[in-house]
Design a protein around this ligand. Structure first.
Ligand SMILES: NC(=O)CC[C@H](N)C(=O)O
Length: 244
């Protein structure tokens, strides 16, 4: 088996080492003998939607998000919507999550009209939501505890047809108001978790990989377990700290 991963806008949306999620997916697949190809697609480069099983979009500041608008409007936004409708797997972080939504109105009143691949919108607040945080994903998204780090001014609100990725245990999540965190629509997994999302949360990582394999090959054998001692040490340390 093999999976093809597309890293969208790696040179623009690249906060807090979000790229580590791609390294983790690749390593965890290759450890099971599954080949992985990773391509990058940025501004001005055509996107061949059919070629990919997983799309990854990292986080970025308001400025970088604005830089992308023209490229998205020139056709890539539509291509991304097609991929979402075709139930391709997406992992989108923070600014990349907001970009999949309808729009982002920044705290200083600038409206960025995004692609509407998922029915969410984001309104910037003056006070940023920053810190280590923790949530439990819904059963449809692995039902596991996720530890992470969030840093955003945007408050995201989910539309009717979009489920949360999880429910908050500690921290702000989507908006600091309704206890939801992230979004799940078709095979889109969107979250505010930066940096070490998949390295520290191997259960969620394998769930996402299994989803991509099942979509491409039909129902596949469960992924064989790996030795996750280090990953779970890091996970459990944060979980304990955040439980206090
Ligand atoms: N960390 C990020 O990706 C930031 C996203 C967005 N610019 C915000 O502040 O809400």
């Amino acid at each position: 088996m093999e999976l093809n991963i597309c890293h969208l806008y790696p040179d623009i949306l690249n906060l807090y080492g979000d790229r580590g999620n791609i390294i983790t997916m690749k390593r965890r697949l290759e450890s099971r003998g599954i080949s992985v190809n990773v391509d990058e697609c940025s501004i001005g480069q055509p996107l061949d939607v059919d070629k990919y099983d997983i799309f990854f979009i990292g986080g970025g500041q308001d400025f970088e998000q604005e830089v992308l608008l023209r490229d998205l409007a020139s056709g890539k936004g539509k291509d991304i919507c097609t991929a979402v409708d075709e139930e391709k797997v997406f992992l989108a972080i923070c600014g990349g999550y907001q970009m999949l939504g309808q729009y982002y109105k920044t705290w200083d009143g600038v409206q960025l009209d995004f692609i509407g691949a998922i029915n969410v919108h984001t309104i910037g607040a003056k006070e940023r939501m920053i810190g280590n945080y923790m949530y439990r994903t819904t059963p449809e998204s692995s039902g596991s505890i996720v530890v992470g780090f969030e840093n955003h001014s945007g408050k995201t609100y989910l539309g009717e047809d979009v489920a949360p990725l999880g429910m908050m245990i500690k921290g702000y999540g989507n908006n600091g108001e309704d206890q939801t965190e992230g979004a799940r629509y078709n095979n889109v997994f969107a979250t505010y978790s930066h940096g070490s999302l998949l390295p520290k949360n191997p259960v969620l990582c394998d769930f996402i990989l299994q989803t991509a394999l099942d979509r491409r090959y039909g129902k596949t054998e469960p992924l064989v377990p790996l030795n996750d001692t280090l990953e779970l040490n890091a996970h459990n340390y944060m979980e304990q700290r955040l439980s206090k």
